[in-house]
Unconditional design. Structure first.
Length: 543
């Protein structure tokens, strides 16, 4: 059997028919007959039939491939979300189209392959990043100087951008706001006037840093982000945030949830005066002081740590929460600190010194205990012979042990407004902000050297904020479909989906196809993205 093309003319027009013919022998000699007419089939299908009838098993695998295929799966999802959430309006007032595209490319790059801007061109190679952002796929070089200059156009525009993001995400006013702080350090000197040495949550006290203050809603969608000097005290950041949320977004009535770093007496009193409610955790010292005021029959030794205890002292409402797991954790942590500190004190006491210096030896012991976070557990002194002596503060250790596993929550809400279970739930939801910070900081892991200028540090963080906002919105949609994985990780898996032109037996066809790895079909179905990849979008046609 074979495919035969025959020409015929009718009314001055030439027609080509493609017929499947069969050859056979008879007593009168070789004959042939038509089996079927395949003229109406697409050219690609006719070509496959021709190859199959010529003895090949359809198309040889080595001859069937996508010509110049490029990665684009994660980009297709991000571009779809970018359009659905109306984010193209963020940069609508920027005159140059290429600058708008470069800003979008830097945001997508933060999510799919976070790296220094110097490496964006390398990571974009082999992908449709340029086309997805409305740039020339063939000629865009992502020059680093252009990227940094493009970042500068955010100066003076950020307030408007943040308002648009808030309006898109929260058509109704938010009623619950979570607030937390984190730090990001610099390799090098850092930006003058902004980078500073301070308490490092990254345990890098040897590096200058900046503070990131973020407010989110209950779903983890960011509302506001502020870049602060690295040496700011946590308690000094809250009042400025409240003023910004009121002035910029019109948030007048909301419940604010924050950790004990921001719960100074001055901050809480300010919130009461402004009629703003809060839920916060107080320090362990405050917990001990509160317990000391309780009658003997309400001491911690009698408490069931699996139950919540609600107290009202001097007109203020408190909730004491805890758990057996937390109790074991506190016990193990203190035991480890005591063991390390005692070994260090024994080492210092055993050192023989020709001329003992009591002041220097006491200073060494104090610094060692501070470093090991065990200074409060020991009393130490230098005797007349210049020998270091010490003993444990058993009274403090026993008092602390009685409160293991417990922490103190304080709220301005009345029981009718918020039950003790809801108070605890609101505080636990603060972990959503901390997890979101992990995402935000992962975008900042590589710190480009050109971020020495304070405005470029802020603009770099602002691009990360938009990337974080976009991932948070996608996360809400995907969680509703039962997917609990991190959005950036899933997007990087989807990025292995490729698009290109079909190539058969050395011939390029005009048919644009998507190549989906088999293991991603289940993920696409779970996320409801199969229709998005049913056929390549128009912007991918310039592969």
């Amino acid at each position: 059997m074979f495919v035969k093309a025959t020409k015929s003319r009718r009314t001055n027009k030439t027609y080509i028919s493609y017929l499947v013919r069969e050859s056979f022998r008879t007593a009168q000699g070789p004959r042939s007959r038509t089996v079927c007419n395949i003229s109406a089939l697409p050219p690609e299908v006719r070509e496959l039939i021709t190859l199959a009838l010529s003895g090949k098993s359809l198309v040889a695998l080595e001859e069937l491939e996508l010509s110049d295929a490029l990665d684009y799966g994660g980009l297709a999802v991000l571009r779809d979300g970018w359009q659905r959430f109306g984010l193209e309006r963020l940069f609508a007032d920027i005159a140059q189209g290429r600058q708008r595209g470069l800003l979008q490319a830097m945001i997508f790059g933060r999510i799919l392959f976070p790296s220094a801007k110097l490496a964006l061109a390398e990571h974009a190679r082999g992908t449709l990043l340029a086309a997805a952002c409305g740039l020339e796929q063939q000629s865009e070089t992502f020059d680093p100087d252009d990227l940094y200059e493009t970042m500068d156009v955010l100066n003076g525009r950020w307030v408007s951008i943040e308002k648009q993001l808030y309006a898109e995400a929260f058509p109704q006013a938010v009623s619950l706001v979570f607030y937390d702080l984190s730090s990001v350090y610099f390799e090098g000197s850092g930006p003058e006037g902004l980078g500073a040495f301070g308490h490092s949550r990254d345990h890098r006290e040897d590096r200058p840093q900046v503070l990131l203050a973020v407010a989110t809603d209950t779903e983890g969608v960011p509302i506001h982000l502020e870049v602060l000097r690295g040496n700011r005290a946590d308690t000094t950041t809250l009042r400025a945030l409240l003023n910004t949320l009121k002035r910029r977004f019109g948030i007048q009535k909301a419940v604010f949830v924050f950790d004990n770093g921001m719960s100074s007496a001055l901050n809480l009193e300010t919130m009461r005066k402004e009629d703003l409610h809060f839920v916060t955790r107080l320090s362990s010292t405050s917990l001990r002081e509160l317990v000391a005021q309780l009658p003997r029959d309400m001491q911690p030794q009698l408490w069931d740590r699996t139950n919540l205890l609600e107290l009202t002292v001097e007109g203020k409402r408190y909730v004491i929460a805890g758990g057996e797991h937390r109790q074991q954790r506190d016990l193990a942590r203190r035991r480890a600190r005591l063991e390390k500190a005692e070994r260090e004190l024994k080492r210092l006491a055993a050192v023989r010194r020709k001329k003992p210096n009591p002041q220097k030896l006491a200073s060494q012991a104090g610094r060692a205990l501070q470093r090991l976070k065990a200074h409060k557990y020991f009393q130490y002194w230098i005797d007349e012979q210049g020998k270091l002596l010490y003993h444990k503060n058993h009274e403090l250790i026993q008092a602390e042990q009685s409160l293991d596993g417990l922490y103190l929550l304080h709220t301005s809400l009345e029981p009718a407004q918020c039950s003790k279970e809801q108070v605890l739930g609101n505080y636990k939801n603060l972990q959503t902000v901390e997890e979101a910070f992990c995402q935000l900081k992962s975008y900042l892991e590589l710190r480009p050297v050109f971020h020495w200028r304070p405005d470029r540090v802020r603009n770099h963080v602002r691009l990360c904020f938009i990337a974080y906002w976009l991932c948070a919105r996608l996360s809400i949609e995907w969680r509703a479909k039962g997917e609990k994985g991190e959005v950036p990780r899933l997007l990087r898996q989807l990025q292995s989906i490729r698009v290109g032109y079909l190539k058969i037996a050395g011939k390029d066809s005009n048919r644009l196809l998507t190549q989906i790895p088999p293991q991603l079909n289940l993920l696409l179905g779970r996320l409801g993205l199969l229709t998005l990849f049913a056929q390549p979008p128009a912007w991918a046609s310039n592969v």
